[in-house]
Design a binder for this molecule. Structure first.
Ligand code: PLP
Length: 367
């Protein structure tokens, strides 16, 4: 029998909520209010509570959440911002879009998160902030990073796009920084049915500024206090997110269960390196990354057996065309090593037991 296992089956995930989503659609349709309304307000309250922060500001997507976070801290042309050398490019792009310079710092080769011991040497008198990314679902060393930032009088912006619900030392990711950005892109652990994102903070001044920044610099129609953007969250996405947020922990636990099966059955398999979770961190396994020198062969073998896998990410940010003027191959060898050897296995919460067994069996038979 020839199996076909999708990397991520969004249709299946969203159909789980079919009735509730259709009801929400009807409610918004009948309300006649489509942008920044009661559903957005409710979602902001719910997500702030979930994320253990005072405020949440719903926005259009994760990249905009990062851009507005940087703007809320007045980061601009001439400033420097520390970013991981290995991340989804949005982290770097946001810094460049506000006119600042991303200053990459290499990750720990076992956890794939930014290595705090390499941060201080990159801090200059232009450095305004650090953006730790909780990559693949695992919390970065957030306490250590916040202490370094405090010592140098710079800000922390968490990029929590991949780790909604993870913790560091028992405290939620997305609650450590001065402002924290997240994405509800459909494939994220908490995914909308289109683009969406949010920013969380405990500081009222930042909340007030962000509410203006996302809406033409305005809180009163046709009165504009600052130069703002249009980065609003719409009512439909907020209504959908309210429904899906209730099940986020349940789905995160499913991901953790699948990860545990991979850990149990893939240990000591060929040259596979399994992801390491920091003793103070938890992961909500947005991705389950294995590393192997035979990555491309394994990817092809699995593909030939109907198993879809992915590479996060095939080209590190510094070697993308967008940044290649500033960098060359070899500048960030750990990011390059991860990029050359990583393979993301299917870990969606609806992955069936026999599909998981099949994936493991095929990986073993490859070796
Ligand atoms: C680490 C990281 N930061 C930022 C983003 C940007 O989010 P969005 O795609 O919603 O703009 C993403 C996801 O796409 C991401 O993975």
């Amino acid at each position: 029998m020839n199996k076909k296992i999708k990397f991520l089956n969004l249709k299946q995930i969203n159909l789980f909520f079919e009735e509730e989503l259709l009801d929400a659609f009807k409610e918004v349709l009948h309300s006649g209010w489509l942008v920044l309304g009661d559903n957005v307000k409710k979602f902001e309250e719910n997500y702030a509570k979930f994320n253990e922060t005072k405020y949440c500001i719903g926005v259009s997507n994760g990249l905009d959440a990062l851009i507005l976070s940087l703007k809320s801290l007045d980061i601009k042309n001439g400033d420097e911002v520390i970013v991981p050398s290995n991340t989804y490019i949005a982290t770097w792009l946001a810094v460049s879009i506000v006119g600042a310079t991303p200053v990459p710092v290499e990750p720990d080769i076992e956890t794939y998160n930014i290595n705090p011991s390499l941060i201080e040497e990159k801090i200059s008198n232009k450095t305004k902030a650090i953006i730790p990314v909780n990559l693949y679902g695992q919390a970065a060393k957030l306490e250590e990073i916040c202490k370094i930032a405090e010592k140098h009088g710079i800000k922390v912006i968490e990029d929590n796009a991949q780790a909604q619900g993870a913790m560091y030392k028992g405290k939620k990711t997305g609650s450590w920084g001065h402002v924290n950005a997240t994405s509800f892109y459909p494939g994220k652990n908490l995914g909308a049915l289109g683009d969406a994102g949010s920013i969380t903070t405990n500081e009222i001044k930042l909340q007030e500024k962000l509410v203006k920044l996302r809406n033409y610099g305005s809180t009163k129609k046709y009165y504009h206090d600052i130069i703002g953007h249009n980065c609003r969250l719409d009512e439909l996405q907020a209504a959908f997110l309210n429904i899906k947020l209730k099940r986020l922990e349940f789905f995160n636990n499913k991901r953790i269960q699948i990860a545990n099966v991979y850990y149990d059955f893939l240990k000591n398999t060929g040259d596979i390196i399994l992801p390491k979770i920091d003793e103070n961190a938890t992961s909500v396994y947005h991705q389950f990354i294995i590393r192997t020198k035979l990555r491309d062969q394994l990817l092809n073998y699995l593909s030939n057996h109907g198993i879809e896998t992915m590479i996060h990410y095939p080209v590190p940010s510094h070697l993308q065309k967008a940044y290649k003027r500033n960098y060359k191959k070899g500048d960030f060898p750990i990011a390059e090593e991860i990029s050359n050897t990583c393979l993301s296995l299917p870990i969606n919460p609806f992955l069936k037991e026999d599909d998981l067994e099949y994936i493991i069996k095929k990986i073993k038979s490859f070796y």
